[in-house]
Design a protein around this ligand. Structure first.
Ligand code: HEC
Ligand code: HEC
Ligand code: HEC
Length: 318
C-alpha cells in the first residue's frame, strides 16, 4: 500500500511538472517547426499535420517516439533528435495552448482580411502562390508576366530563363518561389550578405520580389550533368548518425528539388562551386539567414571533404 501511495505521489508530481511546462518558451522553440507545421500550428501543406490545439501528452509521446525511432519519419527524426524532455514539454504546452485549425479559420473569417500584407485580389490563374513561413505574412501571389519583365536586369548573371551559365551565379529556374522571395528580402535587409545581390535587391518592393519569384519558379531547370560521388550519396540519403548530421534528403528531397511549400530550396542544377560556397558559409556563419540555424547546425558538423563530396553528388541529380 505504501508503495502504491508513493508511486501515486510520483505520478502527481510528474503531472504538475508537465503543467509547469512553459508555453512561452515553447513558442520560441517552435520557430524550427513553423516551416512545416505553420507559424500558428496550422500547416499550409497537406503533407504536414496541424499541431494547434493538439493534446500535450500526445505531442510529447510522438516526439519521444520520433526521437527513439519507435515512430519513424525521415523529416521528424532529425527534428526530434536534438530535443530534451523539457523542450518537448514546452513545445507541447505551446501547441496545446493554440486554438485549433477550425477555430483559427473561424476567427480569421469573422475578422475579415485582417493582415495588411494580404493581396487586394485573389490569386489569378498563372500566378504562383507564395506562402511565407514568417508569421506576419499572409498568402500572396506573384505575377509571372510582370516578373518576366522585371527579370531583365537579372539575366546577365542568372540567365534569361533562370539557368545560370557561370559557376559563381546560382540558377533560379524551378526554385521554390517562397525561397526566392525570402532570399531577396534577406539580401535587401542584410540578413543574407552579398555585395552584388544587396545592390540588386535594394530597389525591389515586396511586389517586385513576389513577381520575380513567381517568374523564376515556373522556369524549367536544366538537369544536373555532374559525376556522382559515393560518399556524397551516402551523406545525402543517410546523414551521419555518429556526428548527428541530418540526411539532406529529409528537406531537399530525393531528386534535390526541395519542398516548395516549406520554402526548402531546390539544390539540384547548381554548380559545385556555388554549393560548396554556401555550405562553407553556413558552416562559418557568414551565411546566417536560415531560420533557427537549420542549415548552420548541419554544416558546422561537416568536414571539407564531406562538403566536397556531397556537393559533387548533388551536381549529378537530374
Ligand atoms: C521538414 C518538415 C518538418 C519540420 C521542420 C517539423 N516537422 Fe513535425 N512532422 C512532419 C511530418 C512530415 C510529420 C508526419 C510524419 C508521419 O507521417 O508520420 C510530422 C509529424 C509531427 C508530429 C506528430 C503529429 C501527429 O498528429 O501525429 C508532431 C507532434 C510533430 N511533427 C512535431 C514537430 C515539432 C515540435 C517540430 C519542431 C521542433 C516539428 N515537428 C518540425 C514534418 C516536419
Ligand atoms: C551581377 C550579377 C548578378 C545580378 C545582375 C543578379 N544577381 Fe542574384 N546573385 C548573384 C550572386 C553572385 C549570387 C550568390 C550570392 C552568394 O554567393 O551568396 C546571387 C544570388 C541570388 C539569389 C539566391 C539564390 C539561391 O539559390 O540562394 C537570388 C534569389 C537572386 N540572386 C535573385 C536575383 C534577381 C531576382 C536578380 C534581378 C533583380 C538578380 N539576382 C540579379 C549575382 C547576381
Ligand atoms: C531540416 C531541413 C534541412 C536539412 C536536413 C538540410 N537542409 Fe539544406 N537547407 C534547408 C533550408 C531551410 C535552407 C534555406 C535556408 C534559407 O532560408 O536561406 C537550406 C539551404 C541549403 C543550401 C543553399 C541553397 C541555395 O540555393 O543557396 C544548400 C547548398 C543546402 N541546404 C545543402 C544541404 C545539404 C548538403 C544537406 C545535408 C548534409 C542539407 N542541406 C540538409 C533545410 C535543410
Amino acid at each position: 500500500m505504501k508503495k502504491i501511495i508513493f508511486s501515486l505521489f510520483i505520478a502527481l508530481g510528474s503531472v504538475s511538472a508537465a503543467q509547469a511546462a512553459d508555453a512561452d518558451a515553447g513558442k520560441e522553440k517552435a520557430a524550427a517547426c513553423s516551416a512545416c507545421h505553420g507559424p500558428t500550428g496550422v500547416s499550409a501543406s497537406p503533407m504536414f499535420p496541424n499541431l494547434a490545439g493538439q493534446n500535450d501528452a500526445y505531442v510529447i509521446k510522438q516526439l519521444k517516439d520520433f526521437k527513439s525511432g519507435a515512430r519513424s519519419d525521415a523529416m521528424m527524426a532529425p527534428m526530434a533528435a536534438n530535443l530534451s524532455e523539457e523542450d518537448m514539454a514546452d513545445l507541447a504546452a505551446y501547441f496545446a495552448s493554440l486554438p485549433n485549425a477550425i477555430e483559427q479559420a473561424a476567427a480569421s473569417a469573422s475578422s475579415g482580411t485582417s493582415s495588411d500584407s494580404a493581396p487586394a485580389s485573389a490569386p489569378a490563374a498563372g500566378n504562383v502562390e507564395i506562402i511565407s513561413s514568417t508569421p506576419a505574412a499572409a498568402l500572396y501571389a506573384g505575377d509571372v508576366a510582370a516578373g518576366k519583365a522585371k527579370s531583365a536586369t537579372c539575366a546577365t548573371c542568372h540567365g534569361a530563363d533562370g539557368n545560370s551559365l557561370v559557376a559563381m551565379y546560382p540558377s533560379l529556374a524551378g526554385q521554390s518561389a517562397n525561397y526566392i522571395a525570402k532570399q531577396l528580402a534577406d539580401f535587401k535587409s542584410g540578413n543574407r550578405k552579398d555585395p552584388v545581390m544587396a545592390g540588386m535587391a535594394a530597389a525591389l518592393s515586396q511586389e517586385d520580389m513576389n513577381d520575380l519569384a513567381a517568374f523564376f519558379a515556373v522556369q524549367t531547370a536544366k538537369a544536373g550533368t555532374g559525376e556522382t560521388n559515393e560518399a556524397g550519396h551516402k551523406l545525402y540519403f543517410g546523414g551521419d548518425a555518429e556526428k548527428g548530421v541530418s540526411a539532406c534528403v529529409a528537406c531537399h528531397g530525393v531528386g534535390g528539388k526541395g519542398m516548395k511549400q516549406a520554402g526548402f530550396p531546390s539544390v539540384s542544377g547548381q554548380s559545385k562551386d556555388y554549393l560548396v560556397k554556401q555550405l562553407a558559409s553556413f558552416r562559418d556563419g557568414s551565411r546566417a539567414n536560415d531560420n533557427s540555424g537549420i542549415m548552420r547546425n548541419i554544416a558546422i558538423k561537416l568536414s571539407d571533404a564531406e562538403i566536397e563530396a556531397v556537393a559533387q553528388y548533388i551536381t549529378s541529380l537530374k
